[in-house]
Ligand binder design. Structure first.
Ligand code: HEM
Ligand code: SF4
Length: 547
């Protein structure tokens, strides 16, 4: 099918008769109507007559009754495969065209929305999974993330027809959230200045094919001005973005075209105008003190504290992270976790940025009961299964843009000896250069591509190393491998790092110190004709960009 004329579809107001799918299937959809469907969270798969349906979960916070509803609908319409994404969404796959309208209606009945979940829209607004409870989050940013999400989502019809591309927004104050702010179109980093809660505002970050890190727009936006700040950013985006060139549509291209200073001035002006409009008062949230660390830490759960069992600010309470390998789950697992959240947590699941599930407000005495309840399903708390921390997109098996089968590579990496010895390392596997798994941000990044190695063209990966977002630095290509050699290459990388690292030096820092070339030379020596250094020459075509 011909690619859609997205600007024309938007100018026409994105009309599409979703109900017609129920009676006639999807054969009648024009490419532009197919694009319009994405703005309702219904996205084409690689296969005909089936769709991926993406459910927004603002801030990742999912009440247990909604989790059970998604589980039931995923089993009914989505072949019982629920995929947790890195932006705290839930995806159902293999939804037959004729089932789409009823599924959307039932999701809506459960209080869930798929509106603006794909396409050039305001995507799910992320919030730190630890907001309001963890020691390094100064206050609860979830109400502000929700307010921005609700306000912009209510304008979907207007914004989806006028924004040049998607806009990804993230909230949170932990060091991890600070890194996320650098790779989102808008990052609100929670800070407290002179006792007042507010946000540093960053804008223009994204990875994709042309990675670019955010610039700071303001060192402090008051909570009362958060909606105005977000609206102003959207106004600048619409006014200056490349509406007619979607491949150059993201906010980062506006920042680089105007230059950070002019972009900032444009936002300042739009912000002043937006502040003059009335906005609801923010929900009251308390600024959290340092917490009584002695009281917090002397209450110990069975097994102690760890990356998967973390203390909350309230003595006696813990947050536990259930590791969901590659973010792939199903109805029976989700129902079990929902039951545990009701019994031992606070009646909510929190979908994390690493495609896992967090239960909060768990009494330390109950941690062991949760551990025991998930074990028969082969599930563990994060870090306890000694499994590698691998993140993968859905890849070419279902994604229409995919080149390589990212989940297959991800699964093979779960058996990597090097990663098993170093469970803090993160491997991010994207099935193509679009970077849905954010390969340039992982300790090891893999991006699906056709590779020519040993004289043969095969599917494989560009290998990225050197990332350290807090520096800030994104990973760069060191070379490429075929699908079947991903584990061998990763083990060689990890082995060299173990041999050369100084003290607790991170992989990205060792690569930066020793040099990408040295790592590439080592891989050439170890892998021989199963490795090629540097990026794939242009001779092998990259996938066409159809955002
Ligand atoms: C049908 C499946 C999907 C399609 C067609 C798709 C398409 C895309 C495209 C084209 C981009 C690049 C946008 C740009 O650079 O402007 C992108 C970015 C992104 N996608 Fe997906 N995606 C899919 C599934 C997923 C999944 C399963 C995840 C999470 C596991 C995900 C997470 C992301 C993220 C986080 C970005 C932002 C990357 C960045 O700019 O930093 N996507 N997606
Ligand atoms: S990275 Fe590529 S293959 Fe993976 S989901 Fe995104 S567009 Fe599809």
């Amino acid at each position: 099918m011909a690619p859609p004329d997205i600007p024309a579809a938007k100018r026409a107001g994105l009309p599409v008769d979703i109900e017609r799918l129920a009676t006639e299937g999807d054969g009648w959809l024009t490419p532009e109507e197919r694009y319009a469907l994405k703005t309702y969270g219904v996205c084409a798969q690689e296969q005909e007559h089936v769709f991926m349906v993406r459910v927004r979960v603002p801030g990742g916070v999912l009440p247990t009754e909604q989790a059970r509803a998604v589980a039931r609908l995923g089993r009914r319409d989505g072949s019982d495969w629920l995929h947790l994404t890195t932006r705290q969404n839930l995806e159902l796959h293999w939804v037959e065209d004729v089932r789409v309208p009823r599924l959307l209606a039932d999701l809506q009945r459960a209080g869930l929305s798929t509106r603006s979940a794909c396409g050039h829209t305001m995507r799910n607004v992320m919030s730190s999974e630890d907001a309001g409870v963890a020691l390094d989050e100064p206050f609860d940013c979830l109400p502000d993330a929700r307010a921005v999400s609700d306000a912009l989502l209510a304008r979907s019809a207007e914004l989806n027809s006028s924004m040049p591309s998607r806009i990804n927004i993230a909230f949170g104050g932990s060091p991890r959230c600070r890194e996320d702010a650098l790779i989102n179109d808008a990052g609100f980093v929670s800070v407290v200045i002179d006792g007042e809660a507010g946000y540093e505002l960053w804008a223009g970050g994204s990875l994709g094919k042309a990675p670019s890190l955010s610039v700071q727009l303001s060192p402090f936006v008051r909570r009362a001005d958060v909606l105005a700040a977000a609206e102003a950013l959207v106004d600048v985006f619409v006014a200056h973005g490349s509406f007619d060139t979607p491949a150059k549509g993201r906010m980062k291209f506006v920042v680089s075209a105007l230059g950070p200073a002019v972009f900032r001035a444009a936002w300042d002006q739009a912000f002043a105008a937006a502040r003059a409009r009335p906005h609801p008062e923010p929900v009251a949230v308390g600024v959290l003190g340092a917490g009584d660390r002695v009281a917090i830490l002397e209450r110990i759960p069975t097994g102690g504290w760890s990356v998967g069992v973390r203390p909350q600010r309230t003595p006696g309470l813990a947050s536990v992270t259930i590791d969901i390998p590659l973010g792939d789950t199903n109805a029976s697992e989700l129902n079990l976790i929902a039951d545990l959240a009701d019994r031992y947590g606070d009646g909510h699941l929190v979908l994390g940025r690493d495609q896992d599930v967090i239960l909060r407000n768990v009494a330390v005495e109950a941690v062991e009961a949760i551990r025991a309840a998930i074990a028969p399903r082969g599930l563990t708390f994060l870090g306890e299964g000694h499994a590698a921390r691998v993140r993968a997109c859905t890849g070419s098996a279902v994604c229409a843009l995919g080149v390589s089968a990212a989940p297959d590579a991800g699964r093979s990496l779960l058996s990597s000896a090097g990663l098993a010895r170093n469970t803090s390392l993160r491997v991010h596997v994207s099935g193509c250069p679009n970077s849905c798994a954010q390969h340039q941000a992982g300790d090891v990044g893999l991006a699906g591509t056709k590779v020519r190695i040993g004289g043969r063209v095969r599917t494989g990966y560009h290998v990225f190393l050197g990332a350290a977002l807090d520096e800030p630095r994104v990973g760069e290509v060191v070379g490429r491998v075929a699908d079947e050699d991903v584990v061998a290459a990763t083990d060689a990388i990890v082995g060299l790092w173990e041999a050369l690292r100084r003290g607790h030096e991170r992989l990205g820092d060792t690569v930066a110190r020793i040099g990408h070339d040295a790592f590439a030379a080592h891989l050439e020596a170890v892998m021989a004709d199963r490795w090629a250094s540097g990026p794939e020459p242009d001779a092998v075509p990259a996938p066409a960009f159809t955002p």
